[in-house]
Write a protein that binds this ligand. Structure first.
Ligand SMILES: NC(=O)c1ccc[n+]([C@@H]2O[C@H](COP(=O)([O-])OP(=O)(O)OC[C@H]3O[C@@H](n4cnc5c(N)ncnc54)[C@H](OP(=O)(O)O)[C@@H]3O)[C@@H](O)[C@H]2O)c1
Length: 323
């Protein structure tokens, strides 16, 4: 009987894994439209925490992107190396950095350590960096600099950090890097309006795979998400907790704490679960091992439609930043 149950369980896990891309490598999974919302909505797709597998979404580039990752803003090379290593050891497969953060070397060190200890293979990890267009007249050399500091052969995702007058040239340099095999997927960050996105789409020969924006319970990107869905573009959230100095307001929100209590989870976990069920990718930032472990433990429970609706109702269109 025990054996039959074990086989049944394995078959179920296999089916669930296939349905949501759970545990797949960050590699190419074939072509097809990204279906983040559909993939995340089925509560049966929640995985046992002990599996340490992260759900992923298929991008319009054909590559799989984990839906939860580690954000590294404010971390230096030393703390980034530690937190990236710890995160990879605890099941993370997506790391977010930027040339602007000055910690690409540290991120690369953390990755190398995890690879050398056989915790991960390079192909299983999705590394994102960003180019601040105003800082680089030569975007091609900025891409090379990121690859050199991270000490990797290719980036899984490169984003334009924010709109600037020369973002078209930067976008085209990223497209060229895709053709040269140096970047797998490209995207944009801090493009909030339909007009801004349409501008990029007007010259893009490769449709952006991701838009990384400020996106939290008080500033939800739902309208933009609806607009970009037909293009297979996935919205990735920065400041999923509102960012430093604002987390209290997010974590102590009454709706969030009530839902947290009902599930026996932390407010941070409820917010992240909302993010992924709403079809977003989120990169919570932390250098605290307890928080890093807590933030990935969101694949073994799910929010009801009613709870999702309540959190959607918290949107005040209130950003914390102005870039
Ligand atoms: N594209 C852009 O323009 C842009 C802009 C900003 C950020 N980003 C990216 O997005 C990532 C996320 O943003 P962020 O890190 O600034 O803000 P965030 O993720 O909203 O919040 C980070 C804050 O939350 C705390 N925290 C994390 N997990 C927690 C938990 N489980 N319980 C309690 N506190 C917790 C962290 O403190 P501890 O360190 O103590 O855990 C830190 O103070 C960045 O790291 C970066 O990679 C991109």
């Amino acid at each position: 009987m025990k054996t039959v149950m074990a086989v049944l369980l394995s078959v179920m896990m296999l089916l669930l894994g296939t349905a949501c891309g759970a545990g797949t490598s960050a590699g190419k999974g074939g072509s097809g439209e990204a279906r983040p919302t559909a993939a995340m909505k089925d509560s049966k797709e929640a995985l046992p925490l002990k599996e340490k597998k992260v759900m992923s979404v298929k991008l319009n580039s054909g590559y799989e992107m984990p839906v939860i990752g580690l954000g590294t803003w404010t971390q230096n090379n030393v703390t980034a190396a530690e937190s990236v290593y710890f995160a990879l050891k605890n099941g993370y497969r997506l790391i977010d950095t930027a040339r602007y953060y000055g910690n690409e070397k540290g991120v690369g060190e953390g990755l190398k350590r995890a690879i050398s200890e056989k915790i991960v293979a390079r192909k299983d990890v999705f590394i994102t960096s960003k180019i601040m267009p105003g800082n680089y007249n030569n975007a091609a050399s900025a891409i090379e600099a990121s690859l050199r500091d991270l000490d990797i052969d290719y980036l899984d995702l490169m984003l334009i950090h924010q709109p600037e007058s020369n973002d078209k040239a930067v976008y085209q340099a990223m497209e060229q890097a895709v053709k040269n095999g140096k970047i797998r997927s490209i995207g944009i960050s801090n493009y909030y309006t339909r007009k801004q996105v349409e501008e990029v789409l007007s010259y893009a020969t490769i449709v952006p795979a991701v838009i990384q924006n400020e996106n939290h319970i008080f500033y939800q990107n739902a309208e933009l998400q609806d607009f970009v869905k037909p293009y297979g573009i996935v919205i990735e959230s920065w400041y999923p907790f509102g960012g430093r100095g604002n987390t209290k307001e997010n974590f102590e929100n009454k709706t969030v704490t009530a839902i947290a209590q009902a599930h026996g989870r932390t407010p941070a976990q409820i917010i992240l679960r909302w993010q992924i069920q709403a079809g977003y990718v989120a990169v919570p930032g932390s250098a605290n091992p307890n928080h890093i472990a807590e933030n990935i433990a969101v694949f073994d429970f799910s929010l009801s439609a009613e709870e999702m609706k309540k959190i959607a109702g918290l949107n005040k269109h209130q950003r914390y930043e102005n870039w």
